[in-house]
Design a protein around this ligand. Sequence first.
Ligand code: SF4
Ligand code: MG
Length: 334
Amino acid sequence: MSAMLEVRGLTKHFPVHRGVLRRVVGQVRAVEDVSFDVAQGETLAIVGESGCGKSTIGRTLLRLIEATAGSVRLEGEHVLNQPEAKMREIRKQMQIIFQDPFGSLNPRMTVSETLAEPLLLHGLATAKDVREKVSNLLETCGLQPWHAERYPHEFSGGQRQRVGIARALATRPKLIVCDEPVSALDVSVQAQIVNLLKDLQQQFGIGYVFISHDLAVVRHMADRVAVVYLGRIVEEAPTADLFARPSHPYTRSLIDAAPRPDPGEKTARAPLEGDLPSALAPPSGCAFHPRCPMAQDLCRTERPALRKLGQARVACHFAETVTATGLTTAAAPS
Ligand code: SF4
Ligand code: MG
């Protein structure tokens, strides 16, 4: 069975310029050789610290940023390197929801205008029935039809995100990239938006690439999780497995660093130390080695390949030990 979305070897380097001549002095390796699949109606979460390349992955999928290398296929159709005419058709199938719904909505357009635009552009509504289709979209996203004549500043954050979702939904996409869709919202509102996204997924069979740094949200939302470190996937596994038995020390650290619902829980913690290194000059070998409590000599010289381990994929020389012990203190640093 082939996946709805197939991403292979996705890579994005940003050149770094210096001086008046704007000479290229280096490359920020924002995304390196990223491959994953998303099935119809499935949510793949992409998690990692801020600056790890999560958003760049999301944006290159839709070509809001052009990839340096790799391929993206939606239902077998290549997305990268398509001429603009073809891209219009593909964009209908792939949408994005941003973290800040305020920043992504035009303040001078009413909600009705904002939603009518994609409907008319893609021939999904006519001048005659566009009002009705806008009303339907609003209702599907939990807003009242009378909201249509309001401007973004007249809404709460949660309502604005509902408008953002309605706009993404307008073209009946097969896939939506959700880039930190609830991070800017109050915790009480987050659950409502997450539940709306889940309802819409069930109703329309949409696949999500769900970008987030919030593990609690991801645990609730995702079927599978890909953990990204310095632009590379270091672990990918079904959600329950990843939280129960992380196989990569970085995944373990992220889980340890996340706030726990039960403060009485007696699990040894190994919180993450040090900052994310620069993607301009990533560390040798395993890029996580300067922060890894399990790092050995091998880790400093040899980059671990992303390999299959049970249901997971993991890039760590000692993944078996991490999985078996569950703790990062098992091996003494050399
Ligand atoms: Fe740590 Fe080595 Fe595994 Fe990298 S390969 S995560 S440094 S143990
Ligand atoms: Mg981001």
